[in-house]
Design a protein around this ligand. Structure first.
Ligand code: RUB
Length: 354
């Protein structure tokens, strides 16, 4: 198994190896990152993605800077700030780099201390996702008991599995745990245009784990909810504000609206370092990344000869807009599943986690 359920690891020479997610599910490539600018580029070009893994690669990027610049704190800090600006929305990136900068500031052995801190942060994520899995599955079991159902249908958007945060994911952690508990679970996987993280990455993870799933075009969820075919919606998050508003992949908000209209529980699963306690109001204050319009114009897939090919799917002269994320207002969220338990999406409850 690629990466043994980790999206990144250090090799024997101390370089960072990552699963190159741009090629999945068609090809399996590992990319070696040797320098801070390699790490920055891998985050920007989406070799790695998902809030948790972006944070981990950023942390290791600072370690790579420490190694590259032989402990020169000024150069390391400049490289760290470049990495910090690689993508704007996922707060785990800023959280990880800020922790690393604290280490840089106070350390007498920067290379070794940065390495230890990056490893520590990543290992902590493993524990966080395992706890989220257990807490989320308890919710699944209680909904099944209330509804007296033997099969559970869950809808997810984008990829918030082990490719996005080591090593069980955020939204997918309860799905993996449910499988371990022998629950009959089926996942509706939103395709997640334009980069298709659902169709390409979530489906790949679930297929590999032997979990029943069906890929659906992004606009299908509302119909399925009206027909009673969704027992719960669960997604990850890139940044959750103090008031409980949650930024996640573009399209999440529409799923939350449909869930509200159909009385389907809508949960966000996140580690505590995805909260931005300094952000009072998510809808108005979270910066939304805008990416190249070519991601909308072009799609990649296997051609009939079995080779990976990119094709243009829009008129050559049309313009496209490519907003990477949207913000789901707290009032549409049933609960925030964290490693510390289920948190209500409001300032009072979130403020206690600081
Ligand atoms: C990823 C995305 C995911 C969250 C998951 O967007 O929106 O749902 O990052 O968070 P992108 P976590 O593919 O553009 O990075 O990593 O905590 O599971």
């Amino acid at each position: 198994m690629l990466g043994q359920y980790r999206a990144l690891w250090l090799n024997h020479t101390g370089d960072l190896e990552v699963i190159d997610q741009r090629y999945l599910p068609f090809e399996k490539h590992v990319r070696v990152l040797k320098t801070a600018s390699d790490a920055c580029e891998a985050i920007q070009d989406m070799t790695v993605r998902g809030a948790g893994v972006i944070g981990n690669v950023a942390a290791f990027g600072v370690y790579l800077a420490a190694r590259e610049f032989a402990g020169d704190k000024q150069k390391i800090t400049q490289a760290a700030l470049n990495i910090r600006g690689a993508r704007p929305t996922a707060v785990n990136l800023m959280w990880a780099v800020d922790k690393m900068l604290e280490v840089v500031k106070h350390s007498d052995d920067v290379v070794s201390d940065c390495k230890a801190e990056a490893i520590r942060q990543t290992d902590e994520d493993v524990k966080r996702t395992q706890a989220i899995g257990i807490i989320g599955t308890d919710i699944i079991e209680s909904i099944m008991t209330d509804k007296k159902i033997n099969q559970f249908n869950i809808l997810t958007h984008c990829n918030a599995g082990w490719l996005a945060i080591v090593d069980s994911g955020s939204a997918l952690a309860p799905i993996y745990e449910a499988q371990k508990r022998g629950i009959d679970i089926h996942v509706w996987v939103d395709e997640t245009r334009p980069r298709n993280q659902g169709a390409r990455l979530t489906a790949w993870e679930l297929q590999d784990a032997g979990i029943k799933h069906t890929i659906i075009p992004d606009n299908t969820g509302g119909l399925l909810m009206q027909q009673g075919k969704v027992d719960m919606v669960i997604t990850g998050a890139d940044r959750v504000a103090l008031n409980g508003d949650a930024a996640n992949k573009i399209g999440t908000y529409l799923k939350a609206l449909a869930a509200k209209d159909n009385d389907v529980p809508f949960y966000i699963a996140l580690p505590i370092n995805t909260f931005d306690f300094a952000c009072e109001n998510g809808v108005s204050d979270i910066e939304i990344e805008q990416r190249d319009q070519d991601e909308v114009h072009n799609m990649q897939g296997l051609n009939t000869a079995g080779d990976v090919e990119q094709v243009r799917i829009t008129p050559l002269d049309s313009q496209a807009a490519n907003y990477g994320f949207d913000v789901t207002p707290a009032r549409l969220i049933t609960g925030l599943i964290t490693e510390k338990g289920v948190v209500e999406p409001n300032k009072k409850a979130i403020g206690k986690l600081k």
